[in-house]
Each structure stands twice: as C-alpha cells, then as structure tokens.
Design a protein around this ligand. Sequence first.
Ligand SMILES: *[C@@H]1O[C@H](CO)[C@@H](O)[C@H](O)[C@H]1NC(C)=O
Ligand SMILES: *[C@@H]1O[C@H](CO)[C@@H](O)[C@H](O)[C@H]1NC(C)=O
Ligand SMILES: *[C@@H]1O[C@H](CO)[C@@H](O)[C@H](O)[C@H]1NC(C)=O
Ligand SMILES: CC(=O)N[C@H]1CO[C@H](CO)[C@@H](O)[C@@H]1O
Length: 608
Amino acid sequence: HDKKAKKRKHEYEEDEEDEDIKPKKKTKDKKVTEGKKAKKEEEEKWKWWEEERYTDGSKWRFLEHKGPVFAPPYEPLPDKVKFYYDGKPLKLSAPAEEVATFFAKMLDHEYTTKDIFRKNFFKDWRKEMTSEEKSKITDLNKCNFSDMNEYFKAQSEARKQMSKEEKQKIKEENERLLQEYGFCIMDNHKERIGNFRIEPPGLFRGRGDHPKMGMLKRRIRPEDIIINCSKDSKHPKPPPGTKWKEVRYDNKVTWLASWTENIQGSIKYIMLNPSSRIKGEKDWQKYETARRLKKCVDRIRNQYRDDWKSKEMRIRQRAVALYFIDKLALRAGNEKEEGETADTVGCCSLRVEHIKLYPKMDDQEYVVEFDFLGKDSIRYYNKIPVEKRVFKNLQLFLENKQPEDDLFDRLNTSILNKHLQELMDGLTAKVFRTYNASITLQQQLKELTCSDDSIPAKILSYNRANRAVAILCNHQRAPPKTFEKSMQNLQTKIDEKQNQLSAARKQLKAAKADHKASHDDKSKKAVEVKRKAVQRIEEQLMKLQVQATDREENKQIALGTSKLNYLDPRISVAWYVSLLPPCGKSMRSCPADWKTRSQRWGRVVHPP
Ligand SMILES: *[C@@H]1O[C@H](CO)[C@@H](O)[C@H](O)[C@H]1NC(C)=O
Ligand SMILES: *[C@@H]1O[C@H](CO)[C@@H](O)[C@H](O)[C@H]1NC(C)=O
Ligand SMILES: *[C@@H]1O[C@H](CO)[C@@H](O)[C@H](O)[C@H]1NC(C)=O
Ligand SMILES: CC(=O)N[C@H]1CO[C@H](CO)[C@@H](O)[C@@H]1O
C-alpha cells in the first residue's frame, strides 16, 4: 500500500474536486483470468449509449451490492519485537502499539523528521494510549522504534521471497474478493465497482507541507458506513457483530457506500468503475458539452474581444479573465480542497504579484509572465504574448495597486460562472479546458502520426500528442526518484542489444560469403535464418530506443489525468481505426518536417 501511495503522489491525479475517476492500477485487471475475460467481454457488449436515459434525475432503478471490504484487523507484534522508551523496553497496549507501528514503518522516510509531522503524530498517538502509557510516554524523542522498523523490513523482504505457490494463493484470494465484492447489479447489469476496498488506517501525509501531516487516519468501521442500495435488493450484510451506520435507498445518487474521513472531514464514496454506464454517461455529457462549445466558441471569442473595449471596468475584467481561460486553459479559481490552507489561486483570484508585463521581450511584443501556485500547489509558470488590447487593459487593472491586491478586483468566480452560463448552457471554465485538450489531441495526432511508422513509433506519437495536452493543462509531476536508475537500466539494455546486432550482422555477412562460395541450398537457408535474426534484433532495438525517448520526454509530465479526464475517448478510437488497414495505407506518409514538429513537445527527441 505504501508503495502505491507513493506512486500516486508522483502522478498528479486529483485534478478536479468532483473527480472520482483515477487511473486504476493495472495489476487488478491482470488478475482477471482468461475464462473471466470472456465473461467480461460479454458484459461489455451492453450498449447503454443506445438506450434511453432516465429523464427524472434518477440514476438507477435497481442496485444490489455486497458492501465494502474492510482492512484486515490489527495483528499485534510478536513479543520479541520491542519498543523502547528512554532506553528501556515497554510493552504497549494493542491500540497504542498499532499507531506506533504506522510511525515505525515510515522511519526511513523524511516525513518522520519533520516537526509538524512529529507533533501531529504524537498528539494523536497519545489519544490511543492507556492512562498509564500516557503518563510514561511524554517525549517522542525518547521513543525508539528501530526494532519495530527492522521487523517490518524483514517482513517485506520475506514477502518478496515468497514461493510461487504462496504468491498464487494470495492472487487467488484477491480474485475471490473481487468476484464477491467487486461487482454490483445495477439495472439488470453486472457492473464493476471502482474502489470496494477500504483503505487501512495509517498516518496522513498530504501534499507539500500539509499542516495536518502525521495525524492518525482512523480505521473505518462498519459503524461509519452509510450504505446506498435498492429497497428491494438483498442488502449487504455488515461483518458479524457489527452494524452499518445507516442504509439508504436513494437513486438520485450514484454511490454505493459513503463515510466521512477524519482528517479533512470530507465525505468518501464507493463508486463504480470508469467502464460502467454511470461513469460513461457522465463523461459522454462532458464531452458533448465540449463539442457544443466548439460550435459557438467563435461567437464567444468575438464577444469578449468586444468587451475589452467596454466602458465598464467589471466587463473588461471579465473579458480579459475569459481570454486567459480560453487561451491558457486556466482554472476559474475556487477549486481549493476543503481544509486546504495553501495560498493557491486560479484565474479570478490572481493577484498583482502573480503577473509581470513586458511591452517588449526578445523579439516579441506585449508579453505577460505568469508565476503562481495553482490548485494543489502546482506552480504555473508561463510567458506568453497577448493581444495589444489585453495588454493595455492589464496595465489599467494594475494601476495604483499593491502586489497583494487582486488583479481582477471587480470579478469573482461566481460572477464569471454566471456569465459563462449566459454564454452557453452548461459552460464552465472546465469546459474550455476539456475542449482545448481534446481538440489539441486530435490535431496533434494528425500532425505527428505517419502511416509508415512502426507500431512503437505510433505509440510514441500518441504519447506525444497526449503530452502536448498535459503540458497545456499544466499536469506536472516530480520526476520519480527511480528515474535516473531506470533510464540507466534501459540504456544498458540498448547497449547490449546494439552489441547483439553487430554480432548478428557479422554472422549474416559470414553466411553470405559462405553462400557465395558454395551456392548450395543449405547455405542459402542459413543466409535467410541470419537475415531474419538481424531483422528481429533491429526491431527489438528500435522498440527499446523508442521506449527510452518516451520515458525521457515524460520525465516531468503526468499523462494520466488528461487521459482520464480531458480527452474524449472517441478521438483515440478514431485515430486507432484510421491506422488499421486498408485506411492506414491511404494516410499520408511522413512529412519532411516531422522531426521539428515533434520536437515541440519533447526535450530529447530522437525519432527512430
Ligand atoms: C534503539 O534500540 C536499538 C535496539 O533495538 C539500539 O540498537 C539502538 O541503539 C537504539 N537507538 C537509540 C537512539 O537509542
Ligand atoms: C488551446 O490552447 C492553446 C494554448 O494557449 C492555444 O494556443 C490554442 O489556440 C487553443 N486552441 C483552441 C482550439 O482553443
Ligand atoms: C462576488 O461578487 C458579487 C458582486 O460583487 C457579490 O455579490 C458576491 O457575494 C461575490 N461572491 C463571492 C463568492 O465572493
Ligand atoms: C434519502 C437520503 O438520505 N438521501 C441522501 C443520499 O445521499 C445524498 C448525497 O450525499 C444526500 O444529498 C441525500 O439526502
């Protein structure tokens, strides 16, 4: 779990507040065995998009499920594993010991050295202690968790060394849980549930320097869970001896179970998997709204350009903000998570200190430099030339203001959103993002793909188009810690392959010489065999080289968020279909300037 959580931190995924779709770990799907795959495909034949939708606001007529899978109960440490306080061993009560293990497991992590983390942890840990423990354990600096830490390290090592049979057993158990709890019945169809496993308790980390880091993320019990299902369904049974908090029958919502987490006080939901009808319909509507924007975007652009000349300040400000949202795909500006205290802004909440104006910069005129922390404290930095009228307006907005004053003092997100609604039904700042992201993907795919590319090269082209979108949406990530190492490994493989190739070429040459001398069938066959070997190694080498290019270009960019939330999947499907024969054959071949075009989106580019 820890590893996965870390991995998730790298990829900047929780892009939108209402977002419940996250890239799922692939491993889960792999667990579906062959026989079940066939069954799955059968289920996927449900063409819900060809059916009538409910018009009364309800999401389903029938819903039946088994409820969530809870984290396994705490297993006390063996007696030989000791906790030391002030140099002396101290046996902890089970609740206090459990919380201590969360800290002990993280001992090698930088977090446990941070003051806020330690303070928050110690405060919450003490709440779990008996009064006797509380009176003894008063200073975290006197606590020695190193023995516990060693124990967990040894355990994780043992897990890695498990035999094939043991691993298979775990796999089967996971598969059993998936089959039992991972699906629900919604309106006569079996649908996959997204996150039916409840996260185990642990210490909260949060992004950046979160003020609540180190706090105890409580264990979720059946008594915390609200179940939502059909009245006439077989209700999920709580584990023996427990009760649900509540059972509801609300078909206006799409969740199956919910609870309130204790750190931020936000409500968590168990929802269906992205492949489900419910998620699909929501996405479909989202992309249809973006397509509607495409039809009227010219009118909207003409209007805001007119508004730059308005007599009213508030209208000018609104029009310039809208221009930024359209041109830069900025967020509107109030998307803070509950409890988020970081100083983050969006378009409407930009302050004077976040922009700089340059009448002339290098060979460009009217350049605006943006530098601010966006949602989730991701830095947004950009320098772009704008139209003269926008520039003049910005100068006007800055007049007589201090750095900490609002750039758009006559504007806030509710005013902007109301205006957007008037421009087009269902229009929000996010629709501009979705529209621009999807159309950028479509244009880039067209520009970067050539019909005569190999399959790895086509995949590279797809990823580059996806990257163009991620850059547009500012979906950055910190380079994974293992980045350099994995690049090195890949380079080693490439070097080996290159050696293999020269060896194979030499052999081919020798075989050819042999054939020239003997002219017999046997030597002819040998040449063929060697030629095929060279070809195969060449292909493998190219594949590795493409992989290296892709990985290098992707070093600081997260593709998952845009792929899952901003790119109309129909564009990807249409692109894929266009590459299939015979249509693929009719596509134009590589344009002469392909290399320079693709360089725009990557840093190191060596097209194969
Ligand atoms: C913590 O305890 C271990 C024995 O488990 C000991 O080797 C180590 O020196 C102790 N560390 C400190 C800082 O006291
Ligand atoms: C999308 O955003 C880019 C970057 O600002 C902009 O240049 C482009 O015109 C936009 N495209 C569309 C179709 O809105
Ligand atoms: C936005 O501004 C309007 C008009 O000045 C005001 O009525 C409204 O309360 C403001 N909304 C927020 C969320 O600040
Ligand atoms: C009947 C009922 O309790 N409905 C609730 C279901 O959940 C939604 C969303 O949390 C609430 O708004 C409803 O009131």
